[in-house]
Design a protein around this ligand. Sequence first.
Ligand code: ADP
Ligand code: MG
Length: 330
Amino acid sequence: MEFRLIDRLQALTAQARDDVRLGIGDDAALLAVPAGQELAVAIDTLVEGVHFPRGTAAADIGWKALAVNLSDLAAMGATPAWALLALTLPVQPAEAQQALVDGLADGFAQLARSHGVALVGGDTTRGPFVLSVAVHGFVPPGQALRRDGARVGDLVFVTGTLGDAAAGLQRLAPSPDPDEEKRRVALRARLNRPEPRVAAGLALRGRASACIDVSDGLLADLGHVCMASGVGAELVAPMLPLSSALLGCCDEAAARDYALSGGDDYELCFTVPPARAGEVQADLARLGCGATRIGRIVAGDGVRVRDADGQWLTPVRSGWDHFPDETARP
Ligand code: ADP
Ligand code: MG
């Protein structure tokens, strides 16, 4: 059974790359790193019931498992190349198992193809439904976008819009109202099929002073940049980019809280010296995702948010943390 599944995965996800000297099928893959490039590697795990609700379509899960990893490479300014997939599947009837694997491979392959990523190996075991994907990408030496380069006076930007996925997560059931249902479907798509901002990450190379992808919520993730860079950030709440789908389904304060503290956006949050801001913004607009200025880097630490009238806001929660109790951290 395991080998049939691997065959299927291999057949369904085949993506040719010259630098894959030996792909799925041996004890290890053999890969040729281009001369003069640094290898950027990342791994992320999705657990059923934690990272995606039970009942999520298999193709969406396959897509998302790769997407969250490509988002990490995007945040480093790396060009994606290879992926490994460790799959833990519960025991179930062969037909259901095959449908699950076909769906996973289908969604995974769709995104892999659009970024030229080859699945070069993995592991398949039985247990609770968990997917771990590891990705590898290339970046010219010294050009990776890191978290520790933000400087006082830099402007803070974010690509796309924020908060949609978190709002989508709370809207499982279809709505009888057709307009509301249209918005819900749009929000759910942001949750289930995040678009990793790979092209934006490449465009930011050599220009952004720091970058992170927003996976745990803007406040938490920009907080990581501030911590690593030894600076603080001031955001302006009315500048947060919010989609019409999000604004159509809740009031502005709730939309703002989703944008600040909801997770799963997979947008890039980055800092740029003011002299470069215009050029960077124009380039990202050309790429389609756009970038919105949301604040600036200041001396100090932590992230603070001002309202239009200059009042400081207290967001509902600062972000997603799997181990909120420090003592429970592994
Ligand atoms: P080994 O026991 O030597 O680790 P496996 O039997 O686990 O080898 O896997 C056989 C081949 O299939 C390997 O090349 C491995 O990388 C690949 N493979 C196994 N599971 C997956 C998977 N879920 N996705 C992609 N490739 C896989
Ligand atoms: Mg194995």
